[in-house]
Design a protein around this ligand. Structure first.
Ligand SMILES: [Zn+2]
Length: 286
């Protein structure tokens, strides 16, 4: 199978009532961990590469590897630029073969977010690439503080969501309903009524950023109210660090200690991803 667009993969999820995890690649270890999990769970998957991670993973180098893996896989894979903040990054993603772009104009004033998101849709449509945009501001900062919390004043406004989707033509919309990037300060409390109302006026697949730390029950409820893509990174990063911590004590005496440590990281990240695929309902949907 080849890489598919975000729209292709999300429309199926939205229709059948499950969500896809969008898992971040920061190196080949994470990429292999995610693909191994998808294979073991027979799950379609979205691979995210965030602009803030470009210093760690060069898109031009990793995209050919992703393509080879996709060609070889029995399940659908979409490759998404996560939090494209600059036109330079978006152009780079388009040039090297991403099938989706998330444009993050959430810090812009509403009309300007519409204008720039519409421009990104125009650029991407020409190349059959899907677009996700964000309205309202998800708590915390992508690539910022590890602990984040949501600000109710920045939750997605229902009336604005209706206009935004109609005027930009985006394929998916990231919403702010109490979710936050990084680790949550306290228990996350999602505004499900707002989510229900946003779904009613937009009727496109909705996206939940800040998936690490939300309970399985809340995920299921959010999915039943239109969430079809869930961004998940901090839980993978935490699993990797925990795995390194466990190995580091007795490392250095054997020839293969370092690659063994990396293999252990891959296994623990893969387990976390596989567990999320079960919760999101994408397992068995390939
Ligand atoms: Zn995000």
């Amino acid at each position: 199978m080849a890489l598919v667009t975000l729209k292709t993969i999300l429309d199926d999820a939205y229709r059948r009532g499950y969500a896809l995890g969008a898992f971040n690649i920061i190196d080949l270890t994470f990429l292999e961990a995610i693909i191994t999990a998808a294979r073991s769970k027979a799950s379609p998957v979205i691979l995210n590469i965030a602009e803030v991670h470009f210093p760690y993973v060069t898109p031009e180098h990793v995209v050919p590897v992703v393509r080879m893996m996709a060609a070889d896989s029995p399940f659908d894979i979409a490759l998404n630029l996560d939090h494209g903040l600059t036109m330079t990054a978006i152009e780079r993603a388009l040039a090297c073969g991403f099938t989706s772009v998330m444009f993050d104009g959430s810090n812009l004033e509403f009309e300007e977010n519409i204008r720039q998101s519409r421009e990104v849709v125009r650029m991407c449509r020409a190349k059959n690439v899907s677009v996700e945009a964000e309205l309202g501001a998800v708590g915390g900062a992508e690539g910022g503080e590890l602990v984040g919390s949501a600000n109710p004043a920045k939750y997605t406004d229902v009336g604005q969501a209706r206009r935004f989707v109609r005027e930009t033509g985006v394929d998916a919309l990231a919403v702010a309903i109490g979710n936050s990037h990084g680790r949550y300060k306290g228990e996350p409390r999602l505004d499900f009524e707002r989510l229900r109302a946003i779904r009613e006026v937009t009727n496109i697949p909705l996206v939940l950023h800040g998936g690490s730390g939300i309970s399985a029950g809340d995920f299921r409820k959010a999915i039943s109210l239109g969430i079809a893509k869930i961004n998940f990174y901090t839980g993978m990063s935490d699993a990797a660090i925990e795995s390194v911590r466990k190995s580091i004590g007795d490392i250095g005496s054997r020839y293969n200690d370092y690659p063994e440590m990396i293999n252990a990281v891959r296994r623990s990240v893969s387990e976390v991803v596989a567990g999320q695929m079960e919760i999101f309902g994408s397992a068995g949907k390939a």
